[in-house]
Design a protein around this ligand. Structure first.
Ligand SMILES: Cc1ncc(COP(=O)(O)O)c(C=O)c1O
Length: 373
């Protein structure tokens, strides 16, 4: 079976982990500080704080922005549920914003339409390694005096024109889950250029304690959202590999798109005008005539693991039960949820693997029972 994704790991990560184990210092310490500095330098932002996941990063980002019960937070609808779940956990209301199908990212027109006097934060999502339309989103945010939290879970190494994701908005949040561009097993990062917010992140990430002499004084009721030095050791090595991974993914995406170009009813992923796609996931959009679930099942039968793109939150039972969304209410996101397929794409794959994917997909799409209805 050709797997959907395999993290790009070798002995170097093991060596770095061993060095940390030898120190006997296993929680957040010098290795985490090194990992943070590498990320901040790479992205070109002032601060980077390692977190236990992107979910805890997003949660803390909203906490430091002062989001409270009853506030509205605008969230791109086509995303992994964590993006909006953290809003719910604060007692705030996630207001779901449709996407455009070209990039699968937040539609600025729908965003503007949904701003009210209760809106507190905007959360665009970089979809599958593609940067959202930040010129448009930041313009709307500035006009309404709203902070922007970038869900850059899939986008470490992605640029928006000449600037890196994570350095485009008030706060950026990355994920180092094994399905992402680089991994620490579990892990995340918050990036910012704002001195005050950085101070709050630092304080609240670790229980709200401030060291005064020998002890801590607890200024706030904080969290433990720290990343262990053991995992940061993996992150340090992975950051060294990031430029290669990004370059190879972009090259492979171009090759695979060429191979799929002639297939009827298949839209290959689009690299937008801001050259903002690193293809963390390579996601195609199938014409409505195809039964996507059957495509995924038949690809598996023929030895290739694929999956859906991601979720339309307004189609999920929780969001329908609590916020009265109806299936299909955000039509573009609904279409993306039902018609996208993620194909395998990782640096260890060979050119032959790409041929096999293209040939298999062609074969599957020509099966008689693959059409809807
Ligand atoms: C867009 C998006 N946001 C947030 C997350 C949550 O990341 P983590 O697993 O690091 O908490 C994911 C992970 O799948 C994601 O894809």
């Amino acid at each position: 079976m050709m797997r959907l994704n395999i993290p790009y790991l070798d002995d170097k990560e093991l060596t770095e982990i061993s060095k940390v184990l030898e120190t006997g210092f296993l929680t957040q310490g010098p290795k985490t500080a090194q990992f943070e500095q590498i990320v901040a330098d790479y992205i070109g932002c002032k601060y980077a704080f390692a977190m236990s996941s992107c979910t805890t990063a997003l949660h803390l980002a909203l906490v430091v922005l002062g989001v409270q019960s009853g506030d509205e937070v605008l969230v791109a609808d086509f995303t992994f549920p964590a993006t909006a779940n953290v809003v719910v956990q604060l007692g705030a209301v996630p207001v779901l914003v449709d996407i455009n199908l070209k990039t699968f990212t937040m539609d600025p027109v729908d965003l503007e339409r949904k701003i009210t006097d209760r809106t507190r934060v905007i959360i665009p999502v970089d979809a599958f390694g593609c940067a959202a339309d930040y010129d448009s989103i930041n313009k709307i945010a500035a006009a309404n005096n709203l902070p922007v939290v970038e869900d850059a879970a899939t986008a470490i190494g992605t640029k928006y024109y000449d600037r890196f994701c994570g350095n485009l908005t008030t706060l950026g949040c990355f994920s180092f889950h094994p399905r992402k561009v680089i991994t620490t097993g579990e892990g995340g990062m918050i990036t910012t250029n704002d001195d005050h917010l950085a101070e709050r992140v630092k304080l609240l990430r670790s229980h709200g304690g401030v060291r005064t002499g020998s002890w801590y004084q607890y200024e706030e009721a904080g969290f433990n959202y720290r990343l262990s030095d053991v995992l940061s050791a993996i992150g340090v090595v992975q950051m060294g590999k990031l430029p290669y991974i990004v370059g190879r993914k972009r090259e492979m995406a171009r090759m695979l798109s060429d191979k799929l170009a002639g297939l009827d009813g298949v839209r290959v992923p689009v690299n937008p005008e801001w050259d903002g796609h690193i293809f963390q996931s390579y996601v195609i959009l199938l014409d409505q005539k195809y039964n996507r679930d059957m495509v995924v099942a038949e690809m598996r039968e023929l030895g290739i693991e694929t999956t859906l793109g991601t979720y339309a939150l307004h189609d999920q039972p929780f969001y329908q039960r609590h916020y009265e969304y109806k299936s299909g209410q955000l039509p573009k996101s609904h279409q993306a949820f039902s018609q996208t397929v993620t194909l395998p794409m990782y640096p260890q794959m060979t050119d032959d693997d790409l041929d096999q994917i293209a040939d298999t997909l062609q074969r599957v799409l020509s099966l008689p029972d693959i059409l809807n209805g």
